[in-house]
Ligand binder design. Structure first.
Ligand SMILES: [Zn+2]
Length: 104
Protein backbone atom coordinates (compact mmCIF):
# COMPACT_ATOMS: atom_id res chain seq x y z
CA UNK A 1 0.00 0.00 0.00
CA UNK A 2 2.77 2.43 0.92
CA UNK A 3 4.77 1.46 -2.17
CA UNK A 4 1.75 2.15 -4.35
CA UNK A 5 1.35 5.59 -2.83
CA UNK A 6 5.05 6.28 -3.22
CA UNK A 7 4.72 5.49 -6.91
CA UNK A 8 1.68 7.73 -7.32
CA UNK A 9 3.44 10.56 -5.53
CA UNK A 10 6.57 10.35 -7.67
CA UNK A 11 4.45 10.19 -10.85
CA UNK A 12 2.47 13.24 -9.76
CA UNK A 13 5.65 15.07 -8.84
CA UNK A 14 7.00 14.30 -12.30
CA UNK A 15 3.89 15.82 -13.90
CA UNK A 16 4.14 18.96 -11.86
CA UNK A 17 5.91 21.82 -13.61
CA UNK A 18 9.13 22.74 -11.85
CA UNK A 19 8.60 25.84 -9.72
CA UNK A 20 9.88 28.98 -11.47
CA UNK A 21 12.06 26.95 -13.82
CA UNK A 22 14.25 29.61 -15.29
CA UNK A 23 11.46 31.91 -16.47
CA UNK A 24 12.74 35.32 -15.46
CA UNK A 25 9.49 37.18 -16.15
CA UNK A 26 6.17 37.19 -14.27
CA UNK A 27 3.43 35.20 -15.98
CA UNK A 28 0.29 36.87 -17.22
CA UNK A 29 -2.45 35.80 -14.78
CA UNK A 30 -5.18 35.42 -17.44
CA UNK A 31 -2.98 33.42 -19.80
CA UNK A 32 -1.67 31.27 -16.99
CA UNK A 33 -5.25 30.54 -15.82
CA UNK A 34 -5.74 27.16 -17.49
CA UNK A 35 -2.23 25.94 -16.74
CA UNK A 36 -2.62 27.09 -13.17
CA UNK A 37 -5.86 25.15 -12.55
CA UNK A 38 -4.26 22.06 -14.06
CA UNK A 39 -1.31 22.48 -11.71
CA UNK A 40 -3.72 23.09 -8.83
CA UNK A 41 -5.53 19.85 -9.59
CA UNK A 42 -2.27 17.92 -9.65
CA UNK A 43 -1.28 19.66 -6.43
CA UNK A 44 -4.57 18.69 -4.78
CA UNK A 45 -4.20 15.03 -5.79
CA UNK A 46 -0.59 15.09 -4.69
CA UNK A 47 -1.59 16.58 -1.37
CA UNK A 48 -4.20 13.88 -0.67
CA UNK A 49 -1.80 11.14 -1.81
CA UNK A 50 0.80 12.51 0.61
CA UNK A 51 -1.76 12.73 3.40
CA UNK A 52 -2.82 9.15 2.76
CA UNK A 53 0.81 8.06 2.68
CA UNK A 54 1.33 9.72 6.07
CA UNK A 55 -1.62 7.72 7.42
CA UNK A 56 -0.15 4.48 6.09
CA UNK A 57 3.30 5.28 7.49
CA UNK A 58 1.69 6.10 10.85
CA UNK A 59 -0.21 2.78 10.72
CA UNK A 60 3.04 0.92 10.02
CA UNK A 61 4.66 2.71 12.96
CA UNK A 62 1.75 1.62 15.16
CA UNK A 63 2.29 -1.99 14.06
CA UNK A 64 5.92 -1.62 15.19
CA UNK A 65 4.77 -0.28 18.54
CA UNK A 66 2.10 -2.99 18.87
CA UNK A 67 -0.55 -0.33 19.19
CA UNK A 68 -1.95 -1.00 15.74
CA UNK A 69 -5.68 -1.63 15.73
CA UNK A 70 -6.31 0.63 18.69
CA UNK A 71 -7.94 4.02 18.32
CA UNK A 72 -5.30 6.75 18.80
CA UNK A 73 -7.89 8.97 20.51
CA UNK A 74 -9.85 6.74 22.91
CA UNK A 75 -7.58 3.64 22.93
CA UNK A 76 -10.41 1.22 22.21
CA UNK A 77 -9.89 -1.60 19.73
CA UNK A 78 -10.89 -0.64 16.21
CA UNK A 79 -13.39 -3.22 14.92
CA UNK A 80 -11.82 -5.63 12.41
CA UNK A 81 -14.45 -4.80 9.83
CA UNK A 82 -13.27 -1.21 9.85
CA UNK A 83 -9.61 -2.24 9.57
CA UNK A 84 -10.51 -4.39 6.57
CA UNK A 85 -12.08 -1.41 4.87
CA UNK A 86 -9.41 1.05 6.01
CA UNK A 87 -6.20 -0.79 7.00
CA UNK A 88 -4.64 2.57 7.85
CA UNK A 89 -7.48 3.66 10.11
CA UNK A 90 -6.07 5.39 13.18
CA UNK A 91 -9.35 5.96 14.94
CA UNK A 92 -12.58 4.16 15.67
CA UNK A 93 -15.60 5.32 13.70
CA UNK A 94 -16.79 7.64 16.49
CA UNK A 95 -13.44 9.38 16.98
CA UNK A 96 -12.84 9.59 13.22
CA UNK A 97 -16.19 11.35 12.82
CA UNK A 98 -15.25 13.81 15.59
CA UNK A 99 -11.79 14.28 14.08
CA UNK A 100 -13.23 14.96 10.61
CA UNK A 101 -15.62 17.53 12.08
CA UNK A 102 -12.78 19.27 13.89
CA UNK A 103 -10.75 19.52 10.71
CA UNK A 104 -13.53 21.22 8.79
ZN1 LIG B 1 -11.93 6.15 19.40
Amino acid sequence: MRDGLDRSISILQGERPAPLAGSGYPQDQADAGSTLSEADRTEAVLHSARAQRDEVVAALARIEEHSYGKCVDCGLEIPEGRLDARPDAARCVNCQAKHARRRR
